[in-house]
Design a protein around this ligand. Sequence first.
Ligand SMILES: C[S@@+](CC[C@H](N)C(=O)[O-])C[C@H]1O[C@@H](n2cnc3c(N)ncnc32)[C@H](O)[C@@H]1O
Length: 386
Amino acid sequence: MTTQPAPTRIAMRDELYNQYSFIQNAAMRAGLNLIPDFSHKQELAAIDYGCSQGSNSVEPMQKTISTLPQGASAHLVFQDTPYNDFASLNRTVDEHFSPEKAPKDVLVTLHIVPVSFYRQVMPTAFADIGFSWSSLNYLEFPLNVQLDATMSPQDIATARHDAVAGAGAADLVKLLRLRAREIKAGGYFVAAIGGQKPEAGSDTLEPSDPGVQPMQAGLMKMVALGKLTMPELMQTVLFPSHDRTVEEVKAGLDAVSDLWHVEHVEPKLIVHPAYETYQASDKSPEALRKYASDCMVNMVSSSGWFWVDAMKGSRGPEWDGGDAFLDELTKYMIDAFVEKCPDLKFQIWSIMRAPAPPPPPHPPPPPPDDRRNKATNARYASTSRR
Ligand SMILES: C[S@@+](CC[C@H](N)C(=O)[O-])C[C@H]1O[C@@H](n2cnc3c(N)ncnc32)[C@H](O)[C@@H]1O
């Protein structure tokens, strides 16, 4: 009998992520216009898959309920892994959707679900719309790659690529099939998925640059100071995420064409908001340091948990130097940014998918695997339930 590995343990950095997830906020905002109008609905359920600490769920949820008619009711579901910082999420949700804060003319009911999105997280045909912002690139299982100290950077990159491409393809299909259970036929699934620069026109398109160079310089400094070992450094390349190509996203969507209708998929280059602020500034050393800091703290708030986990793997689960390690590392990353790459344009490619208008009402859903509903026409960058 083969045994499955344990799923990956994913969690953004406690408390800090909400405050510093600037580039994820920009990716979400680039997809807000894809949220459809629900003015015909008296009852609505919306789910944000992989909501983290909630700050980037607020606007999509608010926009969704703002389209409802007076007297409507809305279930808002906030979902993330059991390892998420739910204390921060609870505070965010309460701050924006408590009875005092929610719109007076819509009855809002809140649900917080600590279950991996690689499982069915809500009852079948529960939701009218699902969102997922910068989350679907995370893989279900840790990467199965054997690394050893003699490997060249190129060999490591190839081994990583081979491992993530297969997992990324299988995981996307699994995610879309699961969401087709929870989201009603005719419902919507809007997602911004971390991706790669499109092949077409790639000569003229700028690549993603999520600040890998200053990050690596910071990590190497920690190695030089004896605060990170080489084997621990090598583990950091096993980050359990895959930035898919547009073709890979399309292949995943083709594989579930019995369940989802897609009009098109649109890659968008998301520039870190701090870059624009820096460009508009006097470009003083202080302004550069602020830009570098906003980018590097953003990166550590969303990736640092993995480095700390890798270190716990070698130092033991009781090792509690993670916060001090990340604070020191962040400082060296900012220094490297300022000193070695002051012209870095922090930006990522994101692939937007979104819904189509719903098909006519359909009878109660048959068991998940047998569901076949009518296709509809779709609009801009779209996915709707068949
Ligand atoms: C980069 S954050 C994005 C958070 C938020 N959607 C935003 O736009 O700021 C990725 C989120 O996906 C969540 N995530 C990753 N794998 C997951 C899984 N299997 N189930 C649920 N959430 C997951 C992470 O815990 C994290 O909160």
